[in-house]
Design a protein around this ligand. Structure first.
Ligand code: ADP
Ligand code: MG
Length: 457
């Protein structure tokens, strides 16, 4: 296989693992430019792409290359270099049937993306009208309403955080849509990942001033999933200046994140203090009654009837977040449409068993170690080798705790795997984290996020 064929095959795999907009942003104009002794060199168009691919997508790239080469790939190096004309296309069109899943998650994503207004970045389907409020999100909802009423004056910046699928994107987009509807203001909503892509593109087209201009003339800037911003200095720098320009003119800024500013590693302190100077609000998990309300409202919206026992059972077993409730509802709807009858409780149990049990089997000690080191932005080998650095202690204890809790690994195995410690160290770590979890809500949240990542593909 020559380099181009090889890279094309690898891209086919990567495309399945990475969200569509990110794939297009980060993998266009990349190529394989050299292979020697287990090291594959990838040429990328600029320094940002290099930093981003290295920090965020290295593992996908290595995995894909391992799958498509028979050789052992140990390492990837990234170089800034020219993309050979007329070689690999931006989007590989053919995939081997072997790697093509029946329903690609990307297909669904593209459909949703179609609705996004390219000017504002807002999706009209996210509104306050279809946002359900319960005790878990009423503070966030209240702050959001106040922001609409007093744009730039009430809570600035408004920083909303919480785990995946709990409605952060929905709520902040609803603010954007409402503000346009009521005041006709200029709104721009972007994910930090997309913002990064825009900066890269602007730099290579020499349109950075236009980009700055575009962001600095808005009345409301919404930055979704800001936790990724900390990965590159350039983006923090750019955002910091834009933030200040807007803030000084009393323009509104809204930010979402999967964790509070204090838990984003490598977030510059000047940005952190800006965020903490505004209004920080978290969205928790919906309780049972709220999950019932959500299911009923969403079934209603879809125009399907579900018996009470089916709703109660679904709300009882799907606990984590609203996205999963929607997923369960989609399965039940499918079954109802196929048979033209609402599912019975028995059928529901069967259907939901597939949903709730499927992800568990995909995790392994290796993955736990990878996710924990990713989360705390440290190298995997620091967790594995007997390093005593202070920053490593907590992540290592957390990794130990998760190996015990989730995978039921033995203490001697855990100690050996993480830092060549003996079993008493592992026992001590697990007890310590278990104790701390009881009183420390931030720690609970971090571990929850890590678990979500461990079980996601
Ligand atoms: P997050 O950004 O926190 O990961 P999303 O905003 O993407 O979560 O929400 C996941 C899904 O759940 C979306 O389809 C969203 O419309 C729906 N959803 C979340 N919260 C609510 C809510 N309070 N009421 C109605 N639907 C919600
Ligand atoms: Mg979101």
């Amino acid at each position: 296989m020559d380099y181009q064929e090889l890279w094309k095959a690898a891209l086919g795999e990567i495309e399945l693992a990475v969200p569509r907009p990110s794939f297009i942003t980060w993998f266009k104009e990349t190529s394989v430019s050299g292979i020697s002794e287990g090291t594959i060199t990838i040429a990328v168009p600029n320094g940002f792409a290099k930093e981003w691919l290295q920090s965020k997508y290295n593992k996908f790239i290595i995995r894909a290359l391992r799958n498509v080469t028979e050789d052992k790939v140990r390492e990837i190096t990234y170089v800034i270099g020219k993309y050979p004309q007329g070689s690999v296309e931006n989007k590989p069109k053919e995939r081997s049937p072997k790697t093509r899943p029946l329903v690609s998650p990307n297909d669904e994503m593209q459909l949703k993306d179609l609705q996004v207004n390219p000017e504002t970045g807002l999706n009209p389907r996210y509104t306050f009208e279809n946002f359900i409020v319960g005790s878990f999100n009423e503070l966030a909802n209240g702050a959001a309403r106040a922001v609409v009423q007093n744009l730039g004056l009430a809570y600035n910046p408004l920083f909303i955080f919480g785990g995946v699928g709990l409605g952060k994107t929905h709520l902040i987009q609803a603010i954007g849509n409402e503000v346009i509807k009521n005041h006709g203001s200029k709104v721009r909503c972007v994910t930090s990942e997309k913002y990064m892509g825009e900066i890269v593109e602007a730099l290579s087209n020499q349109t950075i001033n236009q980009l700055k201009e575009r962001y600095r003339k808005v009345d409301l800037l919404i930055m979704d999933d800001i936790q990724f911003i900390a990965r590159t200095e350039k983006m923090q720098e750019e955002f910091f200046h834009t933030f200040n320009v807007l803030y000084q003119q009393n323009k509104q800024i809204i930010i979402s994140s999967d964790r509070p500013p204090s838990a984003i590693p490598t977030l510059e302190s000047r940005l952190r203090s800006r965020f903490e100077g505004g209004c920080l609000i978290d969205i928790g998990e919906p309780d049972f009654e709220t999950r019932v309300t959500i299911l009923k409202a969403k079934a209603n919206e879809k125009g399907i009837f579900l018996p009470e026992d089916v709703i109660l059972h679904t709300a009882a077993v799907i606990k984590n977040n609203i996205r999963e409730l929607e997923g369960a509802l989609a399965r039940l709807t499918l079954s109802a449409r196929a048979t033209s009858l609402p599912p019975t409780l028995e059928e529901t149990k069967k259907i939901l068993e597939q949903v709730t049990q499927a992800p568990k089997k995909f995790t392994s000690p290796k993955k736990v170690i990878r996710v924990v080191s990713d989360f705390y932005e440290i190298a995997e080998k620091e967790l594995i080798n007997p390093s005593r650095r202070k920053e490593i202690v907590k992540p290592r204890q957390i990794a130990m705790y998760i190996l015990r809790e989730e995978l039921k690994c033995s203490y001697p195995f855990i100690g050996e795997k993480l830092g060549k410690k003996d079993h008493t160290t592992a026992i001590h770590a697990c007890k310590k984290i278990d104790r701390e979890m009881k009183t420390n809500a931030d720690l609970q949240n971090e571990i929850k996020l890590i678990k979500e990542k461990i079980y996601s593909v």
